[in-house]
Design a protein around this ligand. Structure first.
Ligand code: FAD
Ligand code: 8R5
Length: 453
């Protein structure tokens, strides 16, 4: 690929800006077209302070690009889940063994700016206010619009990092059947805010991801570095109370929170106006059978595999895609071979995290304050000690390791069956039949080797 080391990326969001950095650093000529204006000039579109959970997979990708320090400078550590039961005291469930096993809350706007700066510093050219309108695959040219202009640019190969509503994906689908299958979740979400407390303090524990589990619905809150929290309410769009149908506006939301999330009410002074003003978000998983069109175009991140948010892995997975694609492009012989190898490597892993993300909704909203769930969690920690490198808790495999998601899923399913078998009819760890559990672990789980740095 030495004579054609030019790539055109659509979208300078999280994946597009990171991929541009990785390829420009390896000597590629990179052009990126982004629909929105330059966030360094106009502020980040959206305005509201939206945060994301960054875990080891995403952090590792940022390290590869040398962008980790800039991002971590403003990150807030989240040690675990702070579970707020109805009518009980909040309790912290640690995610890992100690503070080396944590996740980080980061501001999307600041993260995007760090990545855009890294891309430019590495030599990529970013074209803001340039929305992909259509692609002429016969002539290898794209048409972009913005600022009242229409421009045509030739390309060698295209990468679609233009998010869940990808225009490039729609253009590719006009050339070949991508086997697209969107599955909409019948739950949606609404964002609210906890402002800083008196004297600019955090109003609730800052180093945690807060969860108010309520069975069929839940609230979560992630800390921001400016001492606010972004709260997200998840519940069904339609159907019996509570749903967005039975809680249609701020006034009904105030009454709903007073009965179902009473400890959160004094924390969210703008609940009524925010509820009315903020749109209700939609959630979906997008499955594709094909991510590339020969050697002409390939999709990454949400454009290829949008997922529901409940494992906090959408960005982390998109960042892993970028490292994988950059590696295949750099070692491959041609674009078609690189895109084919990328798709073969990543598609099973994307499917695995899409599945685990759906499953984690039930866990977060319903299981976290269950007695048998807590017993299984306690057993997971003991088994991790008894069988190092063999029994690794599910959450740790997804969030603190970089083993392929498909391997994490396969092992999690085996582990769940071990945990269930061991705890059936038992309500305390003292009653566990240790020799039987140890034998189960040894016979069903091979030693795990983590991915080298
Ligand atoms: P995006 O980041 O959406 O970027 C797409 C870019 O393409 C945008 O800049 C867009 O303007 C641009 N674009 C779109 N169309 C065009 C066009 N026609 N021409 C040119 N440019 C175009 N993930 C996590 O890992 N952890 C979390 O905690 C988490 N929380 C989330 C919270 C919220 C509220 C949401 C909505 C998502 C969250 N996610 C989280 C998921 C995460 O945001 C996505 O998985 C991630 O942003 C995907 O990156 P991307 O680059 O593929 O898409
Ligand atoms: N995305 C997250 C987790 C897992 C937490 C756990 C869950 C909001 C729209 Cl719902 C959700 C997680 O298992 O204890 N880590 O990070 C982020 C999440 O939601 C984000 C903020 C979100 C899309 C709205």
């Amino acid at each position: 690929m030495s004579d054609a080391k030019h790539i055109t990326i659509i979208g300078a969001g999280l994946a597009g800006a990171l991929l541009a950095t990785l390829l420009a650093q390896r000597g590629w000529k990179v052009d990126v077209f982004e629909r929105r204006g330059d966030p360094r000039l106009h502020g980040y579109a959206g305005g509201r302070s939206i945060n994301l959970a960054l875990a080891e997979r995403g952090l590792h990708a940022l390290r590869q690009a040398g962008a980790d320090l800039g991002v971590m400078a403003q990150a807030v550590m989240m040690r675990g889940r702070m579970v707020h039961p109805l009518g009980g005291e909040p309790e912290l469930q640690r995610y890992g063994r100690d503070d080396s096993e944590v996740i980080w809350s980061i501001n999307r706007g600041e993260l995007n700016i760090v990545l855009i700066e890294a891309a430019e510093a590495a030599g990529a050219t970013l074209h803001f206010d340039r929305r992909l309108d259509h692609v002429d695959f016969d002539r290898n040219a794209i048409v972009v619009k913005g600022d009242g202009q229409e421009e045509t640019h030739p390309f060698v190969a295209l990468v679609g990092a233009d998010g869940a509503g990808s225009t490039l994906r729609a253009e590719m689908a006009r050339q070949a059947d991508l086997g697209e299958r969107p599955e909409w979740l019948d739950h949606g979400y609404k964002e609210l805010e906890i402002p800083p407390g008196p004297g600019g303090s955090f109003r609730i524990e800052q180093n945690a991801l807060h969860i108010w589990p309520r069975g069929h619905y839940m609230c979560i809150a992630l800390p921001n570095d400016e001492r606010t929290f972004t709260v997200t309410l998840f519940m069904p769009h339609k159907g019996p109370h509570p749903s967005f149908e039975t809680v249609p506006d701020g006034e009904t939301a105030a009454a709903f929170f007073a009965s179902d999330f009473p400890d959160a009410v004094p924390l969210i002074p703008q609940l009524e106006t925010d509820y009315d003003r903020n749109p209700t978000g939609m959630l979906a998983t997008l499955y594709l059978q094909r991510w590339h069109l020969g050697g002409q175009a390939v999709l990454v991140g949400d454009a290829a595999h949008a997922m529901v948010p409940f494992h906090g892995q959408g960005m982390n997975c998109a960042f892993e895609d970028c490292v994988a694609l950059a590696n295949h492009l750099d070692t491959g012989t041609d674009f078609k071979a690189a895109f084919t190898a990328f798709e073969a490597e990543r598609m099973p892993n994307a499917a695995a995290i899409q599945h685990m993300a759906l499953e984690n909704y039930l866990e977060m909203r319903d299981r976290v304050d269950d007695a048998d769930y807590r017993l299984q969690r306690a057993l997971e920690l003991v088994l991790q000690e008894r069988h190092p490198g063999r029994f690794v808790p599910h959450y740790a495999m997804v969030s603190f390791m970089r083993i392929p998601y498909a391997v994490a899923l396969e092992r999690s399913e085996i582990q769940r069956s071990i945990l269930q078998r061991a705890t059936t009819g038992i309500d305390h760890l003292d009653a566990i039949d240790w020799p039987a559990v140890d034998a189960d672990v040894l016979s069903r789980l091979a030693l795990l080797e983590d991915t080298p740095a």
